[in-house]
Structure formats: structure tokens, C-alpha cells
Design a protein around this ligand. Structure first.
Ligand code: SF4
Length: 457
């Protein structure tokens, strides 16, 4: 990393954290396109001037200011923020005020490197004169993405609800895209349709989210689903169904995964990517699970001091999870009445499945437990193949691969690992083509029927 400015370690605490959004421009990195835009619209509904950062065009800058050892999503998001701030600086000249911006970068407590992105990016921003005053807003998985200090206390609950709905609606709109596009009546029509639908939905969120008026959002979603259904050519027969799991940024960021879903579709697939809501529910579920475990442990050891706190958290996270799953089901059910796209996994069910098969455990956190369980679930639901997407050297991604490969072999379900680091891999297309050939054979033999198989040891 090139540095022309002294990094002050105090900035790790004074310039990363929970800062109030009011009167600032909130900069949101684009992970999945629709999700980022609906979340930005939700922020705007709560009177903050939020905008989505243009993505992937700053990758050279991201690479220039990293050593190469960082995870790929860190390089991509760093490039996005640097390019934006540099262009703003050039455009506004003396009027550029770094304190007008808040860079929104959630974190996770690891144990892998996601907890270090914001700290590392802080050091890079601090190395540019002026950019040390751009604060990083970081909400964290350790408190279940609490928004305390970011938004007024009396509006916090409304914001949490609205942003969760934004996540669910974005997931559903993506599922519509993947359900319609392989069967579209005219090439390109689904992409145009979904882009246009996203803009309409953005405007509804901007006007209705702060009031938690979800009726209008639901009605719009139904209208979009109904209109999307008409783009399907009924003469095109159903295709092999492929499930995607893996590291959340890579599997959702089309540019980073070199448009994997479209490539799979080109080779004859209908694809379902694991959702963003699954991750949000997993965070809430994890907090609930941890507090239940702590409660049990303290009770057994007769340590009564912490029981009340654990109990309050069980109630609070339990309530959050109940609300999230209830809303998710409501939105999916309403849209699925109009078009038969795939439903989402319930995290509690994934944990039960993992416990039953006894090949991994939720006690080891990170995405591995979600990915391993989701792969098993896809296989049991009759998917014709599964792809694991992750950044090159990603610890949870490689762990998933090591555990799941032999299991998929035994279940005779086609499986493919696709690590990415931004370079083009000449053999990738061939690997995908071979994988899709196997998936097509699986489809011919089993159709899409769930094959509940015992995992032979
Ligand atoms: S999940 Fe993978 S890519 Fe993300 S921080 Fe951890 S190791 Fe890096």
C-alpha cells in the first residue's frame, strides 16, 4: 500500500463506527444490484441522501492500494470508494467536503477477514490527504446489526423493518429474473423488464418505507410478478435447476463472479442463488442461538448474574427472527401465487438438517455452515447441480468445498467450485460446460424430483 500521509491509529475508533446519518450523503457499495438500490431508497425515505457507488470500474485503484493478500471483495469495494471520492474531489474542487460523506460498510466478527475490511480501508483512506475525514459507518453482526447511534432511537425499529423488507423484495425480484430469463420470449427482454421494475420499486420505497406502508410495496411486487410471467415462452421446456451457495459478496456481485449465472444459463441452466435475507436471518438466528446457549450454560453452572441479560436478548432476537420470517413468508407467498419460482430456506431448518447428517455444525460460525446445509437442502429438493462461489483463498469457501465434495459424489449430484480473484481463467468456461453436461444428465434421469438419500458413510 502506498502511503503519503501518516496513519493515526486513533482513527480506527474515532472514524469507524456508528455515526448519525442526518445531513450526510451515505455511500452504499453495490453487492447485489437490486438490493443496494432498494436499501439506498430506504435510507432516502428516512431523510438521508443515500446513493449507490458505481461498482467494479475502480478495481485497478483497489488493486493498486492493496498488497494482493486481501480478500477479493475488499479490493473491489476499496476500488469503488476510492474512485468515487477521487471523482467527487475532481468534480467539486474546493467545494469538496469529505465530512459530507459517510461510507457504509457493515462488518462481521469473523473468524475470517471480513471484520478487517473497514479497518484496512480506513488506513488506505487515511493515506490520502482529506479522505481521512470521510467516516466509515459500520454496523456489525456482533449485535445483530443494531442501528443504535446511526438513526434516531424513535425511528430505529421502522428503519429495521423497512430495510429488511427491501432485502426480501430484492431477493424476490432476483428470483423472478432467474425464473423468467431462461424461458424469455425475446432475448434481453427480462433484463430490461427487471431494471425498469427495480426503478419503480425504488420510487415506492423512497415514498413509503419510512411510514412502514408495506401494502403498496406488496401490491407493486404482485404487479411486477404478474407482468413478468407474461414474458415466459410456454413452449420452452423446463431446464436443469442449479443452486448457488458460497461467499455472500462473490455470489451476489455479478461483475466479480464474471456473470456466473448468465454463463450457466447460456449452457442451459435455470439458476437459484442463495438469498441475502438468508444471511440476515442467519445473523439474527446466530444471536438467538448464542444467547440460548449462554443461558443454559450459566444456569447449569448456577451463575445467575447474567441470566436476566441472556433472557432479554432471547426475547429480543427471538422477536426479530419471528418478524423477519413472517414477513419473508408473506412476501414470497403473495408473489409465488402468481409465478412458481423457488422459495427460500429457513435457517432453523438448515441447522436441523446439518445436525441430522452430522457433517458440520453451526457452532463453527461463518458462511460454511450455511453453505454446507444449503447444498444438502438443494440436493434433497431435487436440484440438478450445485455451484460453490468464493473469492480465491476464502477460508469458509474452501472449507465448504472440502466437506461437501465427497458428499455430493456419494449423492451423485453434480458439484462445481468456482473461486474468483478478478483474473480471467481460461478453463472456467470448459469446467462450467462439463458441469452443465452432468447436470443435464441428472435432469434427464431424475427430473427435478427430490431425491432424499441417506448419506452413506
Ligand atoms: S468470507 Fe472469505 S472473502 Fe469474506 S472475509 Fe472471510 S475469507 Fe475473506
Amino acid at each position: 500500500m502506498k502511503s503519503n500521509h501518516q496513519h493515526n491509529f486513533d482513527s480506527q475508533t474515532s472514524s469507524i463506527g456508528k455515526f448519525h446519518l442526518q445531513n450526510k450523503t451515505v455511500l452504499i457499495p453495490e453487492m447485489n444490484r437490486i438490493g443496494a438500490h432498494l436499501i439506498a431508497a430506504t435510507f432516502r425515505s428516512f431523510d438521508s441522501n443515500a446513493r449507490v457507488l458505481k461498482t467494479y470500474t475502480g478495481l485497478d485503484l483497489g488493486k493498486k492500494h492493496t498488497s494482493g493478500k486481501e480478500c477479493f471483495p475488499c479490493q473491489v469495494t476499496l476500488g469503488d470508494i476510492l474512485l468515487f471520492l477521487k471523482s467527487e474531489q475532481e468534480k467539486l474542487g474546493a467545494a469538496f467536503d469529505p465530512e459530507n460523506y459517510l461510507y457504509f460498510l457493515p462488518e462481521s466478527d469473523g473468524p475470517c477477514r471480513f471484520g478487517m475490511y473497514n479497518k484496512f480501508q480506513r488506513m488506505v483512506l487515511d493515506s490520502f490527504p482529506g479522505l481521512d475525514r470521510v467516516k466509515i459507518v459500520s454496523i456489525t453482526t456482533t449485535d445483530g446489526y443494531s442501528l443504535e447511534g446511526v438513526i434516531e432511537p424513535e425511528r430505529m425499529l421502522a428503519f429495521r423493518k423497512a430495510s429488511y423488507i427491501a432485502v426480501v423484495v430484492a431477493d424476490i425480484m432476483e428470483r423472478l429474473l432467474w425464473r423468467i430469463r431462461p424461458y424469455e420470449t425475446r432475448e434481453g427482454v427480462t433484463d430490461e423488464f427487471i431494471e425498469n421494475a427495480m426503478r419503480q420499486m425504488e420510487s415506492i420505497f423512497e415514498h413509503n418505507a419510512a411510514e412502514n406502508d408495506f401494502g403498496g410495496i406488496l401490491a407493486k411486487l404482485e404487479e411486477i410478478t404478474g407482468a413478468g410471467r407474461t414474458l415466459i415462452d410456454p413452449a420452452i421446456p423446463r431446464k436443469p435447476l442449479i443452486g448457488i451457495v458460497g461467499e455472500i459478496f462473490l455470489r451476489m456481485h455479478a461483475q466479480s463472479n464474471q456473470d456466473l449465472i448468465r454463463v450457466l444459463e447460456r449452457h442451459g441452466a435455470e439458476v437459484v442463488n442463495s438469498s441475502l435475507a438468508e444471511w440476515v436471518n442467519y445473523i439474527t438466528y446466530g444471536q438467538l442461538r448464542e444467547n440460548k446457549n449462554n443461558f443454559r450454560l450459566d444456569f447449569k453452572q448456577l451463575k445467575f448474574a447474567g441470566l436476566k441479560d441472556h433472557f432479554q436478548k432471547i426475547i429480543s432476537f427471538g422477536g426479530d427472527l419471528f418478524y423477519q420470517e413472517m414477513r419473508q413468508k408473506q412476501f414470497y407467498n403473495r408473489a409465488r401465487r402468481l409465478l412458481d419460482f423457488e422459495h427460500d430456506h429457513k435457517v432453523g431448518h438448515l441447522e436441523k438438517l446439518l445436525r441430522k447428517e452430522d457433517i458440520f455444525t453451526f457452532d463453527v460460525t461463518t458462511e460454511t455452515c450455511l453453505s454446507v446445509a444449503a447444498i444438502l437442502q438443494f440436493a434433497k429438493e431435487g436440484y440438478n447441480g450445485v455451484v460453490n462461489v468464493y473469492p480465491f483463498t476464502c477460508m469458509p469457501g474452501m472449507t465448504t468445498s472440502a466437506i461437501v465434495k465427497p458428499v455430493m459424489n456419494r449423492m451423485r449430484v453434480p458439484y462445481l467450485d468456482t473461486p474468483y480473484d478478478g483474473s480471467s481463467q481460461p478453463g472456467r468456461e470448459t469446467a462450467i460446460r462439463t458441469f452443465m453436461h452432468q447436470a443435464a444428465q441428472h435432469f434427464q434421469r431424475h427430473g427435478r424430483k427430490g431425491i432424499i438419500q441417506k448419506l452413506a458413510a
